[in-house]
Design a protein around this ligand. Structure first.
Ligand code: HXC
Length: 258
């Protein structure tokens, strides 16, 4: 497919690389861009050939936020009828792993988009921030909630109330990202992680992801019950038989996703 604001690189070994591509605006998120991402995820969700998505921007910016020019034209009723809400929800609903490979500015809606990913890694020069307060507004796509769960109250308050960004090292120390790379190797590293995940049993991957996300917004007992059920369900898969057999036979497993 031909997208205007995204470049989608053909899936290789189950991995699809999706690049935000609005260099003229530091990849600011327009409705069109989010709609295209919605479409990419719909296609990827249904495709057995795509197991993991890697989401990236440019060396300058993952994304510098929601598109401010577009936002300026929306009044309250426009906001209430905003189709972007469903686009964000599509990303939340996506059942396969998403890895964000971040370089440069990762701000506002861009940071919120990155936080929708399951694994975040970033180049040394990345900057994370929620600068909405500087525009007289506040985060609106999870910035107060996902950031809070990722880095805790004090740093969330600091970032959201001052609008000042943090660097990659601070983001790593706080648990927002899991690895720092050389900027030119961020995508390579993300693709390598994605390839590893894509080689696993896809049902186990899906249920493990769901279980971890469940744990982000539930109490421990409920989360443990969910985990136990997911774990039990996997007892019925071919992949479990194959995984255990391969271990016994001292060979690599060959998972079928069944
Ligand atoms: C639209 C943007 C943009 C944005 C940058 N640009 N960010 N356009 N929306 N969010 C455009 C600039 O206008 C400029 O276009 C070009 O990209 C390059 O940006 P510069 O400012 O010239 O680059 P630089 O001086 O390097 O500064 C980079 C920057 C700055 C510090 C990131 O661009 C900046 O502060 N951007 C806004 C960041 C922000 O406030 N994000 C939060 C948005 S609100 P021209 O045509 O002039 O070359 C938000 C709400 C989310 O995200 C709510 C979700 C529901």
């Amino acid at each position: 497919k031909n997208y205007q604001s995204l470049v989608v690189h053909q899936a290789e070994s189950g991995v699809q690389l999706v690049q935000l591509n609005r260099p003229e605006a530091l990849n600011a998120l327009t409705t069109e861009l989010l709609a295209e991402l919605y479409d990419v995820m719909d296609v990827a969700e249904a495709s057995d050939d795509i197991r993991v998505l890697v989401l990236t921007g440019s060396s300058k910016a993952f994304a510098a936020g929601a598109d401010i020019n577009e936002m300026a034209e929306r009044d309250l009723v426009g906001m209430l009828n905003d189709p972007r809400q469903q686009y964000w929800q599509r990303i939340t609903r996506f059942s396969k792993p998403v890895i964000a490979a971040i370089n440069g500015y990762c701000l506002g809606g861009g940071c919120e988009l990155a936080m929708h990913a399951d694994i975040l890694i970033a180049g040394r020069d990345a900057q994370f921030g929620q600068p909405e307060i500087n525009l007289g507004i506040m985060p609106g796509a999870g910035g107060t909630q996902r950031l809070l769960r990722a880095v805790g109250k004090s740093l969330t308050m600091q970032m959201v109330l001052t609008g000042q960004p943090i660097n990659a090292q601070q983001a790593k120390d706080a648990g927002l990202i899991s690895e720092i790379t050389q900027p030119e190797l961020t995508v390579t590293r993300a693709l390598a992680l994605a390839k590893v995940i894509a080689s696993k049993g896809s049902l186990a991957v899906r249920l493990a992801k769901e279980s971890i996300l469940k744990g982000m917004d539930t109490d421990l007992a409920t989360g443990l019950r969910f985990e136990r059920h997911a774990f039990t369900v996997l007892a019925g898969t071919e992949d479990r038989k194959e995984g255990i057999m391969a271990f016994k036979e001292k060979r690599q497993p060959n998972f079928s996703g069944r």
